[in-house]
Write a protein that binds this ligand. Structure first.
Ligand code: BDR
Ligand code: CA
Length: 383
């Protein structure tokens, strides 16, 4: 077995998650960052990258799908639909509609879970309208989904290209968790997972919870504990992306099907927000996660043990500079408070702070919208 100091971050995270009882953590977060930066830089200009997009369209999902399908860096192996913003009966045809609008007959679409792993489905029609597209109406899709379930399709594709597939998740994590549960070896074959979900700074469905995690927290736990290298693009950054009338004007000005469809969805979403008296435009949560994968320099990241542990943040934060010291990494990560029927004390899940996620903490919104609007409109070609 390789020494920890010789491992890439991916190998380290995978190994440490597989053996919960890790020994000492000798690599600093800075070293990991430098390595990841190097990996990203050497990847830039390469590709296309194999991805599967798991989604619950959804206004911002729909625009994110169009962005992805207009991005030559991506080899989209599948789009998998899940229940979330609206029930699966709507998210599936909405995903198929976007594939047709983009003219991407080459991309298979699979139907996923109708409900979270353990809970009843909570939808977000208050934000996405009853049809999931903010009331924007498009014809019934002619395309049909593949016969496999989303979980099975994800499993097959990841196994076909071990180590190559990145999962881009922009809905509740039910499908991905079901795939991981169905195949114990799958997690270590996944190249990475970039999710829109979570928050370090307050929620949008409860004061603390972000919608995608709230809808299926058990699925989220399975994903976060899987050992897959995770990038989390949460409300901390996605709330800083508001679609404006000016963006709409650019989209509307171009006469191609993607730009016109994007304009129609954007117009409905902006009007919907205005009618409800919201001061900010609709947030482009899901498009930002896709854009962050296309160009990681749009976002800034910090290492966290999700949910929300870091030696540099919160009540337990250390003196500046101290985090470089191995002692600063001595930060037990605890599970929930014990129940009356269970343990007497809250369990220590691990003694040391070991990040499991790169969390986006900063965003260059201007560059993000340059990328989004230019690709959706087709106006400036692709960057
Ligand atoms: C997330 O929840 C959904 O409503 C959006 O599509 C996005 O994926 C934002 O919390
Ligand atoms: Ca979504």
């Amino acid at each position: 077995m390789k020494k920890i100091s010789e491992m890439t971050r991916r190998e380290f995270v995978t190994a440490s998650a597989a053996t919960l009882a890790v020994g000492s953590f000798t690599r600093s977060s800075e070293e990991d960052h430098a390595e990841d930066r190097q990996e990203r830089q050497s990847e830039r200009g390469r590709g296309p990258f194999r991805v599967i997009i798991d989604t619950d369209p959804g206004v911002d999902d729909a625009l994110a799908l169009l962005l992805a399908m207009r991005s030559p860096e991506l080899k989209i192996e599948a789009i998998t639909a899940v229940a979330g913003n609206v029930p699966l009966e709507l998210t599936l045809p909405n995903a198929l509609r976007m594939v047709e609008i983009a003219g991407r007959d080459d991309i298979p679409v699979a139907a996923g879970a109708k409900a979270p792993l353990l809970r009843r489905l909570v939808t977000a029609t208050y934000a996405h309208g009853e049809n999931g597209l903010g009331g924007a109406v498009f014809p019934e899709p002619k395309r049909k989904p593949v016969p496999e379930t989303a979980a099975e399709f994800i499993r097959q594709i990841v196994r076909k290209y071990p180590g190559e597939v990145t999962l881009l998740t922009i809905g509740p994590l039910t499908n991905v968790a079901a795939a991981l549960q169905s195949d114990a070896e799958l997690a270590r074959m996944v190249r990475g997972l970039v999710m829109m979900g979570g928050s370090l700074s307050g929620g949008n469905i409860t004061p603390a919870a972000e919608f995608n995690i709230y809808v299926d927290p058990e699925a989220a736990r399975i994903v976060f504990q899987s050992g897959i290298p995770i990038t989390m693009v949460g409300l901390d950054v996605t709330r800083k992306t508001s679609l404006t009338d000016e963006h709409l004007r650019v989209l509307d000005g171009e006469q191609n099907p993607v730009s016109q469809a994007a304009a129609k969805i954007a117009r409905n979403a902006i009007n919907h927000n205005r009618e409800r008296g919201f001061l900010v435009g609709p947030n482009m949560h899901d498009s930002l996660a896709i854009a962050g994968f296309l160009d990681a320099s749009i976002l800034q990241f910090e290492d966290y043990y999700v949910v929300g542990y870091s030696p540099d943040a919160g009540d337990l934060r250390r003196q500046p500079g101290m985090e470089k010291d191995a002692a600063a990494q001595k930060m037990p990560i605890r599970g929930s408070a014990p129940t009356l029927a269970g343990n007497r004390t809250s369990p220590v899940l691990r003694e040391d702070f070991v990040p499991n996620t790169k969390v986006a903490v900063g965003v260059d919104s201007t560059r993000f919208f340059d990328l989004l609007i230019s690709r959706l409109s087709g106006k400036q070609g692709t960057r």
